[in-house]
Design a protein around this ligand. Structure first.
Ligand code: TMP
Length: 212
């Protein structure tokens, strides 16, 4: 029964380097789940629509300069400001597909040289994802995809460091997706994995907190 009452949605995070295909795969995933009768919504971080998100956006476009720790905390605050909305959606049975989350926060800031534990601290207590799908592509290959868009972090040498930082963050909730395949192959693979998790969460798996 797809409209089982009282059962929650799954929290699914999509991570990966810039240009790995996250954003288009996230939208396809939401559409596929909806079509199969499982309500799903897309979230995206940074969420550039809030006041904090606008500060982040202007930093990413190099229209403003911020110290590394300051921007790190803004990215984290941008997740905290969505926490209660995310929780109520999950509790109402909606599966959330989240394009980037705290792992991006830590991977990008620690690639700049900030201490990893310092980076994790502000995100502790956010909702922990049930599943993290890491779209795996080499930094070289990502850089060839349609060219980098000119935002602050879209540079090959930096992305190589980000890839290393991501590796350190992997835990039991991660699954590595080979993103070198066709868009359709990746889409199908992600849909099948996520369906399993959606069903598990409906059967009463409880929500937990990140990194606590
Ligand atoms: P986007 O291209 O997915 O909108 O993300 C914008 C950039 O911000 C991307 O290079 C990754 C980076 N980022 C962080 O540095 N910290 C974060 O917490 C998040 C969510 C993204």
């Amino acid at each position: 029964d797809k409209s089982k009452s009282g059962s929650r949605g799954a929290l699914v995070v999509i991570e990966g380097l810039d240009r790995c295909g996250k954003t288009s795969q996230s939208s396809r995933l939401v559409k596929n789940l909806d079509e199969l009768g499982y309500p799903a919504e897309l979230f995206r971080f940074p969420d550039r629509n809030t006041v904090i998100g606008q500060m982040i956006s202007s930093y990413l476009n190099s229209d403003s300069q911020l110290d590394d720790r300051t921007i790190h905390l803004l990215f984290s605050a941008n997740r905290w400001e969505k926490r209660s909305l995310m929780e109520s959606k999950l509790q109402s049975g909606i599966t959330l597909i989240v394009d980037r989350y705290a792992y991006s926060g830590v991977a990008f800031s620690s690639a700049k040289g900030l201490d990893i534990e310092w980076c994790k601290a502000p995100d502790m207590g956010l909702l922990a994802p049930d599943l993290v799908l890491y779209l795996d592509i080499s930094p070289e290959k990502a850089s060839e995809r349609g060219g980098y868009g000119g935002e602050r972090y879209e540079q090959l040498e930096f992305q190589k460091k980000v890839a290393q930082s991501y590796q350190v963050l992997q835990d039991a909730s991660w699954k590595i997706i080979d993103a070198n395949r066709t868009v359709e192959d990746v889409e199908e693979h992600m849909r099948d994995i996520v369906l399993d998790y959606v069903k598990t969460c409906r059967n009463g798996k409880s929500l937990s907190q990140l990194w606590l």
